[in-house]
Design a protein around this ligand. Sequence first.
Ligand code: NAD
Length: 309
Amino acid sequence: MVTGGAGFIGSHLVERLLEDGHQVICYDNLDDWYSGKRKNIARRLENPEFEIKENSILDIDALRSSLEDVDTVFHEAAQPGIPVSVKNPLKTFTVNVNGTLNVLLASLDAGVRKVVYASSSSVYGNGVPRPTPEDCETRPISPYGISKLVTEGLCRAIREMHGLRIVAMRYFTVFGPRQRPDMAIRKFADLMSSGKPAVIFGDGEQTRDFTFISDVVDANILAMERSSADGEMINIGRGNSITVNEVVAKLREHFPDAPGPVYEGIKKEDVDHTLADNSKARKLLGWEPKVSFDDGLREFVDWFRSSRP
Ligand SMILES: NC(=O)c1ccc[n+]([C@@H]2O[C@H](COP(=O)([O-])OP(=O)(O)OC[C@H]3O[C@@H](n4cnc5c(N)ncnc54)[C@H](O)[C@@H]3O)[C@@H](O)[C@H]2O)c1
């Protein structure tokens, strides 16, 4: 089962699992926070090995009945996004914390073999060493980051109390085709493709460890197949960061008619820098990121162009 399987990351995971010959349940309430999710999974609906359960993770009974005979749960469903967590922290906490608790408890009841949980680099906050190892102090600065840290704690407690096998993957800014419309690269492309300037918050010298979607999917598959990472929190990041200014400069090569960026005030809830120490993922999962930022950006732009009217 992929919870949130109609979203950006979940829909790619669904696709790979089907390609690999698995039966897949997509459990997703197609939350209307942004549109286009039905399109993300439209082609899968013809596949007899695919089933969609259009339900909320806040409904534990629906989860329990959907989880019968499920081997692995990839738990991607969430209210993602840092700004939205500042505007509506209650929704972020309800979906991310209560919803995850439901997924864990229902998985336990149903005898699920393993849960692979989508956590985030947002658990770290500012002032951590770079590259950032998993065992450094976590001081999230946004309600979103806090919700992800709380759920990691729930994962740990449920594993220790009940023995459920859980791996928490701390994704670093994921990008690629079907990227969420609220995320920076997609927002820049939306503006620049229509001849408007990208809007950068702050001076643009903040850095992000952008990680391509297929590498994130690889990490999930490895976490399902191998037991060496069970019970662990693992960074899934390319281990290479670039500035937001550089991102916009690279996008301008694809959208040469776009004007230069404009700058607005910094957002306090955004961390300054992210950079993963990915040695644990390499060691325990045998994972290695394969897609460079430039190649990933090209794939993103190809998708972006083809998906527009
Ligand atoms: N995209 C990133 O860069 C990134 C980075 C770190 C962590 N994550 C985490 O990865 C996961 C997937 O992120 P994404 O970028 O694909 O987001 P997304 O919004 O595209 O996908 C989330 C999916 O969850 C579904 N959902 C929301 N509330 C639900 C509910 N109550 N019940 C059932 N389904 C519900 C949505 O409809 C959506 O399809 C999230 O847990 C997110 O916090 C993402």
